[in-house]
Write a protein that binds this ligand. Structure first.
Ligand code: ZN
Length: 121
């Protein structure tokens, strides 16, 4: 096969061009058969295939209403998003976003109270 970028002949199995490193072959990421953990029903019932960070972030997000745990929810939420981006097969982005939103929402008054407390002394 020839590189669409620079026209240099490459091996038919080559993933990247030998000359310009252009990706010339898209490797299929997923198998055709759906796995059990991919079905929506199983996903609802079990945390299978879900990022552990997202699970932790989900709970931290719930407890963010206590203000003290809000920064923790924010951190776990960000960690979950990073984890899911690294492992696209994992689920739980909704929980991660939820944790970040809750974390930001409840961290703001916490920071305000801390600053007010420091300035008030
Ligand atoms: Zn090339």
């Amino acid at each position: 096969m020839y590189c669409p970028q620079c026209g240099v002949p490459n091996d038919n199995n080559a993933f990247r061009c030998v000359k310009c490193s252009e990706v010339i072959q898209v490797v299929p990421v997923r198998t055709a058969l759906p796995q059990i953990e991919d079905t929506a029903g199983m996903r609802m019932l079990l945390p299978v295939g879900r990022s552990l960070w997202a699970i932790a972030a989900g709970y931290a997000g719930l407890f963010a209403v206590l203000f003290v745990t809000a920064p923790l929810a924010l951190l776990l939420g960000v960690a979950a998003v990073v984890d899911i981006r690294r492992h696209p097969e994992k689920h739980g982005l909704g929980r991660a976003v939820f944790a970040i939103v809750m974390g930001v929402l409840f961290s703001a008054p916490l920071v305000f109270f801390i600053i007010a407390g420091v300035l008030g002394k």
